[in-house]
Design a protein around this ligand. Structure first.
Ligand code: NAD
Length: 368
C-alpha cells in the first residue's frame, strides 16, 4: 500500500493538463534526462528500470539519486515482467509511455545476442501487451535507432528510405521493433511514435560509447582505438546532443494522439509515426578525438585499425525535415559545445580538477 501510494504520487501531474508518463529505462542515459525534463515542466513521471550491469551500475544508481531528488520514483523491474506492468497500469492511468529501456550498443551483440532479444523484442512485446490492455490506453513514444539505416549509402537518411540492410543484431532488433509496434497500432489502435536517435552524447552519458571511453582513456594516458573504413575512409557519426534529443522526445509526447481504444480493441484512428532525431552535421571520429584533446588539454595516444566488421556502419547522417515540420524539432548544440559540457560533467563526476593547463585527479568515484 505504501508502494502504491509512492507510485501514484510520482506519476501524478503537478500542473493542470500535465501528462502522466511511465518512462522505461529511466535510470539510463536518455531516460534520466527525459524524466527530469518532464518533471521540471510539472508532468507526472514514474520510472522503470532493471538496473542491469551492461555498464557500470553505480552510474545508473547515481542517475536514480538525481531523480529521487526531484521526487521521481524509479521502480526496479524488468519490462518482461507482465505482472509488474499490469500492477503499474492498474494503479496509474498513464497518459503516455516513453519507452527507452533496451539493450543498447552495437558490438556487445556479438558477445550476448540473447540480451537483445530479451529486452528489444520480448520486452517490447510484453510492454505493448500491457499498453494494449490498459484503460486508458497510453500513447507510446519509443526509441528506435539510426542503426536501422544499416549499410545504406545514400545520405542524408530519410524516414522513407529502405531499412532492409541492418549491420548488427542491435539494428535488426530495432527494425523488428518498428514492425512490431506497427502491428499493435494496426490491430489495437495503439498510438505509436518511433524515434530514430542518431548517436546521442552528453553529461551522464553511456560509458560504452566512443566519446566516453576515449575521454576515460585519454585522461588515464591509455591508448584509444580509432577505426577506419575498409577503403581508408574515416568513420563519421551524426552526433546529437542530449538536450536536443530530450526536446524531440518531449515534443513527440506532446503531439502524440491519444488512442481511443481500450481493453485491446481498436475503436478509431490512431497515429503511427517515425521520426529521425539527429543533428544533420556528421563529424568524423578523428575530428571527435581532436575536440576531446582540446577540451581535455591532453594528446591522445591513438591506435588506428581497420574496422573489424563487428556491427558498426561507416557513417550516419540524418535528414530531419520531417521532425522539424511535425515536432518543431531543431537541434541547437554542435559537437564542440556539447562535448565541452560533457567533459565538464566527466571531470566533476570522476573528481578531476582542471587548473591552468593541467588536469589532475583528486576524486575517488569508481572509473569503469
Ligand atoms: P542506456 O543503456 O543508458 O539506457 C537503457 C536503460 O534501460 C538502462 O538503464 C537499462 O538498465 C534499462 N534496461 C535495459 N533492459 C531492460 C529491461 N529488460 N527492463 C527494464 N529496464 C531495462 O541507453 P540510452 O543510451 O539511454 O538509450 C535509450 C534508448 O535509446 C535505447 O532504446 C537505445 O537503444 C536508444 N538509442 C540510443 C542511442 C544513443 O546514442 N544513446 C542511439 C540510438 C538509439
Amino acid at each position: 500500500l505504501q508502494w502504491e501510494k509512492q507510485v501514484r504520487a510520482s506519476a501524478a501531474p503537478r500542473r493542470p493538463g500535465g501528462l502522466s508518463v511511465l518512462v522505461t529505462g529511466a535510470a539510463g542515459f536518455v531516460g534520466s534526462h527525459v524524466s527530469l525534463a518532464l518533471r521540471k515542466r510539472g508532468d507526472g513521471v514514474l520510472g522503470l528500470d532493471n538496473f542491469n550491469n551492461y555498464y557500470d551500475p553505480s552510474l545508473k544508481k547515481a542517475r536514480r539519486a538525481l531523480l529521487d531528488g526531484q521526487d521521481v520514483m524509479v521502480v526496479e523491474g524488468d519490462i518482461n515482467d507482465a505482472r509488474l506492468l499490469a500492477k503499474l497500469f492498474a494503479v496509474v492511468p498513464f497518459t503516455h509511455v516513453m519507452h527507452l529501456a533496451a539493450q543498447a550498443g552495437v558490438r556487445y551483440a556479438i558477445e550476448n545476442p540473447a540480451s537483445y532479444v530479451h529486452s528489444n523484442i520480448a520486452g517490447l512485446v510484453t510492454l505493448l501487451e500491457a499498453c494494449k490492455s490498459a484503460d486508458p490506453q497510453p500513447a507510446v513514444v519509443w526509441a528506435s535507432s539510426s542503426s536501422v539505416y544499416g549499410l545504406n549509402e545514400e545520405v542524408p537518411f530519410s524516414e522513407s528510405d529502405l531499412t532492409d540492410r541492418p549491420a548488427s543484431l542491435y539494428a535488426a532488433t530495432k527494425k523488428a521493433g518498428e514492425e512490431i509496434t506497427h502491428t499493435y497500432n494496426h490491430i489495437y489502435g495503439l498510438s505509436i511514435t518511433g524515434l530514430r536517435f542518431f548517436t546521442v552524447y552528453g553529461p551522464w552519458g553511456r560509458p560504452d560509447m566512443a566519446y566516453f571511453s576515449f575521454t576515460r582513456n585519454i585522461l588515464q594516458g591509455k591508448p584509444i582505438t580509432v577505426y577506419r573504413g575498409r577503403s581508408g575512409t574515416d568513420l563519421a557519426r551524426d552526433f546529437t546532443f542530449i538536450d536536443d534529443i530530450v526536446k524531440g522526445c518531449v515534443a513527440s509526447l506532446d503531439t502524440a494522439e491519444r488512442s481511443t481504444g481500450s481493453g485491446g480493441r481498436k475503436s478509431g484512428p490512431s497515429q503511427y509515426r517515425i521520426f529521425n532525431l539527429g543533428n544533420t552535421s556528421p563529424v568524423t571520429v578523428p575530428a571527435l578525438v581532436g575536440i576531446l584533446e582540446r577540451h581535455l588539454r591532453v594528446k591522445a595516444k591513438q591506435k588506428v585499425l581497420e574496422m573489424p566488421g563487428n556491427g558498426d556502419v561507416p557513417f550516419t547522417h540524418a535528414n530531419i525535415s520531417l521532425a522539424r515540420a511535425e515536432l518543431g524539432y531543431q537541434p541547437t548544440t554542435n559537437l564542440e559545445a556539447g562535448l565541452k559540457k560533457f567533459v565538464k560533467w566527466y571531470l566533476s563526476y570522476y573528481g578531476y580538477k582542471a587548473r591552468n593547463d593541467e588536469v589532475t585527479r583528486t576524486g575517488s568515484a569508481k572509473i569503469m
